[in-house]
Design a binder for this molecule. Structure first.
Ligand code: DGL
Length: 263
């Protein structure tokens, strides 16, 4: 038993898609979420910069005593997961491997991955999907505007729909049967994306499989929470009011316990 919180971080509100799933699957766990709102987006930055940001976010959460770290950002997972795994003494879970496994289990052989420029550039999804299901065709596309639309609370607008049509049409035309939402911000636009791709294409969001991975890990190391009053705490590096509004909308709950921090 271990009642210390699970730490979860992302560049902004995107990781809340993973947070929500972990809270659903592991309702007794305390969760500390860090959104690096001062430096969002990560997706357009270099791998070196992302590694620096990820180290700072991880250190902050480790100093607060988290028992396990979830890198709820594909861009940070692609650039920094091996570094964090090497440097930290607590378990570290990224979102790419779980998403890739889910896609490999789902596809008939042709997967589309939408992600940030950084994640696409890394080739991490293609490698992980082909490792899980050799011979799979993987086509990747960057959709940077989705991050701004999610951060702006514009996920369900006609603007989002038009942007989704422009980004997704080339993938649909290539005949993909499965679409991976390879950025944790994108599930916030899931309804819009679903309308554009239609029912024929299966959508994979790594939040679900990541939450299951966290659950299995805690079981394996016997560190599940035993307490009955889990605490959810949110940290941001800038613009608390904005985070409170957008996160509250997405999670459909009051964001009560929120703190401004410097990394
Ligand atoms: N949500 C993040 C991801 O999964 C990063 C989005 C961004 O900051 O560009 O990649």
């Amino acid at each position: 038993m271990n009642d210390r919180p699970i730490g979860i971080f992302d560049s902004g509100v995107g990781g809340l898609t993973v947070f929500r799933e972990i809270a659903r699957v592991l309702p007794r766990e305390s969760l500390t979420y860090l959104g690096d709102s001062a430096r969002v987006p990560y997706g357009t930055k270099s791998a070196e910069t992302i590694i620096r940001y990820a180290r700072q976010a991880a250190k902050h959460l480790v100093d607060r005593g988290v028992k396990l770290l979830v890198v709820a950002c594909n861009t940070a997972t692609a650039a920094a997961l091996p570094v964090l795994e090497r440097e930290l003494t607590i378990p570290v879970i990224g979102v790419i491997e779980p998403g890739a496994r889910a896609a490999a289990a789902r596809t008939a052989g042709y997967v589309g991955v939408i992600a940030t420029e950084g994640t696409v550039r890394s080739g991490a999804y293609g490698n992980a999907i082909r490792a899980a299901r050799p011979g799979t065709e993987v086509v990747e596309a960057a959709c940077p505007l989705f991050v701004s639309l999610a951060e702006e609370g514009w996920a369900n607008t006609y603007v989002a729909r038009q942007v989704a049509e422009i980004y997704l049409k080339p993938l649909i035309d290539r005949g993909i049967d499965t679409l991976v939402l390879g950025c944790t911000h994108y599930p916030i636009l899931r309804a819009t994306i679903e309308t554009v791709v239609g029912e024929e294409i299966a959508i994979v969001d790594s939040a679900e499989t990541t939450a299951q991975t966290v659950r299995s890990k805690l079981l394996a190391i016997k560190e599940q929470a035993g307490g009955s009053s889990p605490v959810q705490h949110f940290l941001v590096t800038d613009a608390e009011e904005r985070f409170q509004r957008i996160a509250g909308q997405f999670l459909e709950q009051e964001i009560g316990s929120l703190e401004l921090v410097e990394l």
